[in-house]
Design a protein around this ligand. Structure first.
Ligand code: GRF
Length: 205
């Protein structure tokens, strides 16, 4: 990581509990990273409010403000670039980033997905795992590529499915494990660096 502490830009679309976990971790200088900005694709979400309460600059770049997805992607990339991130963290960001974004931040953008990749990619990881009847699911942190939840895996955490789980209870348990994994792994990426070698990601330079 070129900066110390590493500069994180976090993108959110919702409640922002993963963002909150990062904000809390960054309060400790030993963590090795700080959130320099939080971006979103929509207004009036708790994720943005959390950033504001921490005095972190925010921005909103909505798809509907642009004539095409490509223009949105370029505008989003420009907003992110202005904060000179070492690492971009998609934390419950419900949009796929495009070519321009990947050209600028590919290899240093991570996303967290509430399933054990390569199982159950897409928007409904917990529901799909429950419907399939798996006994173990979890969360995956990966380096974003052009696919849907297909990037090289940085970390995974397993969560047992209970007999009486519904989608909400399962997703809440996954999210607790997901936050711990995110904080632990992003901190290590910031402090130790990381190498992406094809599909293999190694923490520590
Ligand atoms: C997380 O489970 C994330 O993986 C999924 O949506 C959830 C976001 O939660 N895409 P939060 O906004 O961080 O609370």
């Amino acid at each position: 990581m070129p900066s110390s502490p590493a500069r994180l830009v976090v993108l959110v679309s919702g409640s922002g509990t993963n963002l909150q976990a990062l904000l809390d971790a960054c309060a400790d200088p030993a963590y090795g990273a700080r959130v320099v900005a939080v971006g979103a694709d929509r207004d009036d979400i708790e994720g943005l409010a959390r950033a504001e309460r921490h005095g972190v600059p925010t921005f909103v770049t909505k798809v509907g403000q642009f004539t095409s997805r490509e223009h949105w992607d370029r505008a989003l990339s420009d907003r992110v670039a202005a904060f000179e991130p070492d690492l971009v963290v998609l934390a419950g960001f419900m949009k796929l980033v495009g070519e321009d974004f990947l050209a600028r931040f590919g290899g240093r953008t991570v996303n967290t997905h509430p399933a054990l990749s390569p199982s159950f990619p897409g928007m409904h990881g917990p529901a799909d795992a429950l419907a399939y009847g798996v006994k173990v699911t979890g969360a995956t942190l990966f380096v974003v590529d052009a696919g849907v939840d297909t990037g090289a895996i940085v970390a995974q955490t397993a969560v047992p499915v209970e007999d009486d789980d519904d989608v909400e209870s399962l997703h809440e348990r996954i999210k607790a494990a997901e936050r711990a994994m995110l904080v632990d792994t992003v901190g290590r990426m910031a402090r130790e660096g990381f190498v992406v070698d094809g599909r293999r990601v190694r923490l520590g330079g």
